[in-house]
Design a protein around this ligand. Sequence first.
Ligand SMILES: [Ca+2]
Ligand SMILES: [Ca+2]
Length: 209
Amino acid sequence: MRLSTPIPGLRAAWSTLAPLLLLGALQLPAAQAQVPGKHITRGQAEVVVENLYKCPVKVENHRVSAVGRITAQDGTVLKVPADTAYEHKAGPAAADLYNECTGVMPAEADVAPDKVPVVEVDADGEVITGYIVADNYFELYVNGKLVAVDNTPYTPFNSSIVRFRAKKPITYAFKVVDWEEVLGRGSEMMRGDPLYLGDGGLIARKTVR
Ligand SMILES: [Ca+2]
Ligand SMILES: [Ca+2]
């Protein structure tokens, strides 16, 4: 459950890249609007979606990506672990850099970012390639446009290649979700314990000129 999990094909691809700088607050599509502010919940959420993603092949670490609903103490109804573009089928799915479920597990020398479609943000911009791994899920917004949606919400751990054409100055924003094993509790499975506190993170790098 850590980002240090070996991901073949990733290290060499990242070695010549500079960190992807980012993180400004952008306005998300209305379908993804979550209630702003701080809310306190107790107990488990009601499951409203049993599983967003089913791996088509048997892998060692596949976990159910459920979605739930819970009412906070102030009466606000929240979706957990998050309202995502993946659930709404919004935005382009990120291409695989490494993914056990799709069988994309190239050797480092065989990674081919040039085959990834370019999402156009600004017609007069430059093409930028990014490499992303999230524990567990990401959405990438460039100059306010959703350009990539992680295709695996929970596990197995996967990594992605994104390409887009954008004009400077460029504002990057990520929405990142550390998925839950027990909805509403914020926990994840660790060595058989579904209430393990868990951890989350994101690594994202891009090409520079
Ligand atoms: Ca993922
Ligand atoms: Ca996690």
